[in-house]
Design a protein around this ligand. Structure first.
Ligand code: BEZ
Length: 224
């Protein structure tokens, strides 16, 4: 059950609202579940929907990659735990991947509402088949429970799991090294020295710094 109404919109930098909920792996308290890890929390408007089926299979396949980065996965779908259990079997049939991370049962869309995942601020907002639009969000949350990324997808477009991993890599690299990452960056590419790191500190931290403009300074990372 959600612990608060969604009075103000969630933004990057907000604390991920805590909630207690039933999941396919038993009850969870979100903040306890995160513990000292990162979290990727992603949602679906209904079980047995085609695009979502492929996405859940792919997140299950990639779970070891997320685990390597200290990231826990949590799914949500606006249906019951019983329904999720049947869907998980289908996902295994279709994709070959076993979903072993928890999927929240949010039949009443309370958590979807708390997390501002619905197209409109109304839990009764459904299409002609009763499917709530859109509840297709991805949240990346850090160990301090701060929301670091929010993505919102239409029903028609499957999520890019490699992009979610890339975002995690960028955030973790940035936190560790006082850097940001340029367009289409992938681990191993040069990064950008954060504008707050100036002068001698910059050259000390990044001896191979390459200033293209005073405000755009690239550097390789030692252990990249
Ligand atoms: C899907 O294909 O996953 C989907 C279909 C309708 C609404 C939302 C998702």
């Amino acid at each position: 059950m959600a612990s608060a109404d969604r009075a103000t919109p969630l933004r990057l930098g907000s604390i991920a609202p805590n909630f207690q909920a039933e999941t396919t792996n038993g009850p969870i308290d979100l903040h306890e579940y995160i513990g000292d890890k990162w979290l990727v929390f992603f949602s679906h408007p209904e079980d047995y929907t085609p695009v979502c089926t492929t996405e859940l299979g792919e997140f299950a396949r990639l779970e070891p990659e997320f685990t390597k980065r200290g990231v826990k996965l949590l799914g949500l779908s606006a249906n019951t735990i019983g329904s999720h259990e049947g869907w998980i079997k289908d996902i295994k049939d279709v994709t070959g991947s076993q979903v072993s991370f928890p999927i929240v049962g949010d039949k009443e869309r309370k958590i979807a509402y708390l997390y501002d995942m619905l197209d409109y601020q109304d839990t009764t907002n459904v299409d002609e088949k009763g499917i709530a639009f859109t509840i297709r969000s991805v949240f990346v949350v850090d160990p301090k429970k701060v929301i670091r990324t929010i993505l919102s997808y239409p029903a028609s477009t499957g999520r890019n799991s490699a992009e979610v991993l890339r975002i995690v890599d960028s955030l973790q690299t940035g936190d560790k090294n006082k850097v940001t990452t340029p367009v289409n960056w992938v681990p191993g590419d040069d990064v950008i020295v954060h504008p707050s790191v100036k002068g001698e500190e910059a050259t000390k931290l990044f001896p191979n710094l390459r200033a293209v403009k005073p405000y755009l300074r690239f550097t390789p990372l030692p252990n990249a």
